[in-house]
Design a protein around this ligand. Structure first.
Ligand SMILES: [Zn+2]
Length: 126
């Protein structure tokens, strides 16, 4: 049984706002009372690709339950996955597409490593 929970957050334009808190949300510890209601953001844990202490790409579940209708790729009332870079919110199809592009990119990196190995061994490209 899942128990629905709510949170109450102070806002600049609507006073205290009580809303359902999704189970995947990490909470609102960084919420500021001068936030507008439309800017309330549920956010899941970051899924980050870090290489040698540098962040390459990060993604997380995100939802702005009071967002005004706008550009869906910039987030909104529908739960999506926020990806940075490029700073877009993706639906499942877009996420699968991104994963496919990353697979292809990994192959290109391996090709580049093969080429570099050959060059350093005195082969092609010297
Ligand atoms: Zn939340």
């Amino acid at each position: 049984m899942t128990e629905s929970r709510t949170i109450t957050l102070p806002t600049e334009d609507h006073g205290s706002v009580t809303l359902p808190e999704p189970t995947w949300c990490v909470g609102h510890a960084d919420h500021r009372p001068d936030t507008y209601r439309a800017d309330i953001l549920h956010k899941g844990p970051d899924v980050t690709l870090t290489f040698r202490a540098a962040e390459v790409i990060t993604a997380c579940l995100a939802q702005s339950p009071f967002a005004t209708p706008g550009t869906p790729s910039l987030g909104g009332r529908t739960v999506g996955v926020s990806v940075y870079p490029p700073g877009r919110t993706l639906a499942p199809v877009g996420l699968y597409e991104l994963a496919s592009f990353l697979d292809s990119y990994a192959d290109r990196l391996r090709d580049l490593a093969d080429q570099l190995t050959s060059i350093l061994a005195g082969g092609e490209g010297q």
